[in-house]
Design a protein around this ligand. Structure first.
Ligand code: AMP
Ligand code: MG
Length: 405
């Protein structure tokens, strides 16, 4: 059985090798959050385009502040968006605002806090400045034509701001991946239906769609399939119209776990059908009709964990980006642990971000169907297969819930 790291590597390798050429198109910048750049981004002009004051104060010659206090004649006032076209000579100052261009002759800005007015036209300076202080020179952030972002970069809020700065109102991105989400199981009913005594509401369609969206792809909901080969086959075919198919349920060894068999009949090739983890052991990864297919175990927490470990990197690659790293961190364990050897356990946990560092404790839960327990967790303790026993106070790895970061 593969370890989760091997399974994840396997997904990455297979998707890299087998994915077809990705489509591209333009989107408006205000709709580009989470998309992946399909073009390089270059500076359209020097940044900043002029020597910019980064403080409110007085633009002066730094040398004039060597002896304190120093007095200056105020010869101009420069607001952001305007300029003074004269030259500041020795003994002169321009009142200047943050974001305004520093005039010729001046080489530093004294913060207004270190000055006091003597009259309308004279100011006293109480602190020295050094040449260049509080000024960002033209072109020091970026030169016109310089590449600022390469294709394959995911667009977050910082990248959006940079794209706006260089005037990229439309941006070329890779096509968003459509991910079919297909829940299986006779007992599963839609959320808005009243469950019979032994039925349960479909929670995986919701959580999986959310995980798909968080990964930057678009979920496509397929109507749930009963544990019956013909119907399951039909729904799978429907799901294969999307770029990726993610199923939940029906991958264990029960008599009515039909997903693998039905996928096989449709010509699927499988890369693995088990991973040494709990929850999530029966996770399946294969390729069917040219598309990656994931069969995730139906227990809601298993579904969440296996999606994060196995599906997210595939979606990243298919979206034109490199797989993002797992949100792993280290935390001090506040209770001892004693788990079963041989499987890596992902235990729903609460991680407390204290000033002294992160502390983690498992939440009370009744196994991978326990959503009430899961909702108390903001991450998982990662208890490695070969290290099942831990003492209180040890540093242990935690996997953070991406949706709560
Ligand atoms: P399975 O993987 O099909 O054996 O299902 C394992 C457990 O997960 C069973 O208790 C199912 O009832 C439950 N389950 C399966 N699919 C879903 C779903 N879509 N929503 C909520 N629970 C599910
Ligand atoms: Mg089932």
């Amino acid at each position: 059985m593969l370890t989760w790291q091997q399974a994840r590597e396997n997904v990455i390798e297979v998707v890299r090798a087998r994915m077809s050429r990705r489509g591209r198109g333009h989107v408006r910048l205000d709709r580009a959050l989470g998309r992946v750049l399909a073009q390089p981004v270059t500076a359209d002009r020097d940044q900043p385009a002029f020597p910019r004051s980064i403080r409110d104060g007085y633009a002066v010659r730094a040398a004039d502040t060597a002896m304190l206090p120093a007095e200056f004649e105020i010869v101009a006032e420069i607001k952001a968006g305007s300029a003074f076209h004269g030259v500041i000579s020795s003994g002169q100052a321009a009142r200047i605002m943050t974001g305004a261009p520093v005039p010729a002759g001046a080489d530093a800005v004294v913060m207004v806090e270190y000055t006091h007015p003597l009259s309308e036209t004279r100011v006293a300076v109480e602190r020295s400045v050094t040449p260049g202080q509080h000024i960002v020179d033209r072109g020091t952030e970026a030169r016109a034509g310089q590449t600022l972002l390469d294709p394959g970069r995911r667009i977050g809020f910082g990248e959006l701001a940079l794209l706006a700065e260089v005037g990229c109102a439309q941006v070329r991105v890779f096509r968003q991946q459509r991910v079919a989400v297909l829940s299986t199981g006779d007992e599963i009913i839609p959320v808005d239906r009243e469950p019979g005594p032994y039925q349960i509401r479909d929670t995986n369609s919701l959580s999986l769609s959310a995980q798909v969206s968080l990964a930057g792809a678009r979920p496509v909901l397929i109507r749930r399939a009963q544990d019956e080969s013909a119907e399951l086959g039909e729904r799978i075919r429907e799901g294969l119209a999307a770029d990726v198919l993610v199923l939940s349920g029906g991958v264990s060894k029960g008599k009515y776990d039909l997903v693998e068999a039905v996928l096989s009949d449709l010509g699927a090739e499988f890369y693995f059908d088990a991973v040494a983890i709990r929850p999530g052991r029966p996770a399946v990864f294969g390729w069917c009709a040219g598309k990656p297919v994931f069969g995730l175990p139906g227990n809601p927490v298993s579904t969440m964990v296996t999606f994060e470990l196995l599906v997210t990197p595939a979606l990243d690659l298919l979206s034109g980006a490199e797989p993002r790293p797992l949100p792993l961190a280290s935390a001090k364990l506040s209770v001892p642990l004693d788990e079963k050897e041989g499987l890596t356990h992902f235990l729903p946990a609460h991680i407390d971000w204290k000033e002294s560092g992160a502390e983690a404790r498992p939440v009370r839960w009744r196994g991978s169907g326990d959503l009430a327990g899961m909702a108390q967790a903001n991450g998982f303790l990662v208890v490695p297969a070969d290290r099942p026993r831990w003492q209180q106070g040890e540093q242990i790895q935690v996997l953070l819930r991406r949706d709560l970061l």
